[in-house]
Design a protein around this ligand. Structure first.
Ligand SMILES: [Zn+2]
Length: 419
């Protein structure tokens, strides 16, 4: 059975413009042909979207489907109150709303429910068709130092924590231990390695921009990950830590709030990706009152710096992937990141590419995903109107196909206003 999707426009995920008049033929799980003047086979099921744009299924390179976007205090309470299975059901809902928002693939960069493997289980359940959600690449533990961004004992009384964390929780403090933390994650099914080179915003006990691992520790971690053919994403706000992590050979820098121009130039020269995660900043800016004062201070500083840094990164020409930090902000609104990138100075087509072909390259899945081309998996979304005229069209996805299966088929929203 062939499905023919037709619309007024088609964006293939990699061109510099959107084509007028689009037909996409899907058979089974794959795209078999695409173009404006195709002959539609007579036995096809034809779905015509009219004044809409077809686009490859979106990819988010920075999610945490296992987190609920809660207030600072609520998250702390739930950490001790909720059972792991309850958190897994919540994660399944997060996965579904992410897919329905047009994101057919996510790179999930750390599960805070340490030793639960909820991210691995969710990835496998989705792949088996038990749960509706995007295909996932998972990191398991986000690796970092004792007292670092991912040390969950920070800010708690020692006796309340159940003891010191170790490599099984992603906490490691020497080159040898960092190798062990990488090997542990890979043994339990990690698709990539994520670590924290600098402090973070929502961690109670650290400064947002201080380096938290030595160059020797990072070199060991990255070497081990690359030997095992896993890419490495680094959480980093501070400039010094980013420089050292880039020197160690990371594949992408996440957040990057305080990156200086010289560092952006090095990233461009080395082909290191930046994933700015502007959406989480926008949402946290509305929730500052509920945070401890020194945490809200960190948030304010990082958000302000990140807006400027992203504009500079666009000017310098650093490769930019789309990531939202969903989990630290609400799930399902991931497409809003594109409007924020456009506001920071990116063209609408470039913003669409961050979520499609660029992220497919970053994740190492461009043979299968990220473009609408013959032979690729049929991950397709439809949005009303023309996103080059109004980028917020991406926030109104009304049709989602994943691997040739129709996940969502709503009515195209009518009218011009899409805010
Ligand atoms: Zn994150």
């Amino acid at each position: 059975m062939t499905i023919a999707l037709t619309a007024a426009r088609i964006f293939d995920g990699k061109s510099d413009r959107i084509e007028e008049g689009g037909i996409l033929l899907v058979e089974g799980e794959r795209i078999v042909a695409t173009g404006a003047n195709l002959q539609i086979p007579s036995h096809s099921e034809v779905i015509d979207f009219g004044d809409s744009t077809l686009c490859p299924g979106f990819i988010d390179a920075h999610t945490h489907l296992t987190f609920a976007a809660e207030s600072y205090d609520q998250r702390l309470i739930n950490r001790f109150r909720k059972h792991q299975a309850e958190k897994a059901y919540q994660a399944a809902l997060n996965a579904r709303v992410t897919l329905e928002g047009g994101f057919t693939t996510v790179r999930d960069v750390g599960c805070l429910e340490q030793r639960s493997f909820i991210d691995v289980s969710l990835r496998n359940a989705i792949a088996q068709g038990l749960v509706s959600g995007p295909r996932m690449l998972v990191a398991i533990n986000s690796i970092g130092a004792t007292g670092g961004h991912t040390d969950r004992n920070g800010g708690l009384r020692f006796e309340a924590t159940g003891g010191e964390l170790d490599y099984r929780d992603g906490i490691a403090d020497s080159p040898a231990d960092l190798r062990k933390a990488v090997r542990f994650n890979v043994r339990y099914g990690a698709d990539l390695i994520k670590f924290c080179a600098s402090g973070g915003v929502m961690s109670f006990h650290d400064e947002v921009d201080v380096p938290q691992l030595t160059p020797e520790e990072m070199a060991a971690l990255v070497d081990e990950a690359h030997r095992l053919r896993k890419k490495v994403a680094v959480h980093c706000h501070g400039d010094q830590a980013a420089r050292e992590a880039i020197e160690a050979g990371v594949d992408s820098v996440e957040h990057g709030s305080f990156l200086r121009d010289e560092t952006l130039e090095i990233m461009k020269a080395k082909g290191v990706y930046l994933v700015p995660t502007l959406l989480v900043g926008q949402e946290l800016a509305r929730r500052l009152e509920g945070m401890p004062p020194h945490v809200s201070d960190k948030a304010r500083r990082a958000i302000e710096a990140a807006a400027m840094m992203t504009g500079r990164a666009i000017e310098v020409g650093v490769k930019i992937g789309l990531g939202t930090d969903a989990g630290a902000c609400q799930h399902g609104n991931n497409a809003r990141e594109m409007a924020l990138l456009v506001r920071a100075g990116m063209s609408p087509v470039a913003a669409l590419k961050t979520a499609t072909s660029v992220n497919a390259d970053l994740l190492g899945v461009s043979e299968k995903l990220g473009t609408l081309e013959e032979g690729r998996l049929a991950d397709v979304v439809a949005m009303p109107g023309d996103p080059t005229e109004e980028i917020t069209a991406t926030e109104h996805i009304f049709f989602v196909m994943k691997e040739g299966r129709i996940i969502k088929h709503g009515r195209r929203p009518q009218g011009a206003s899409m805010n």
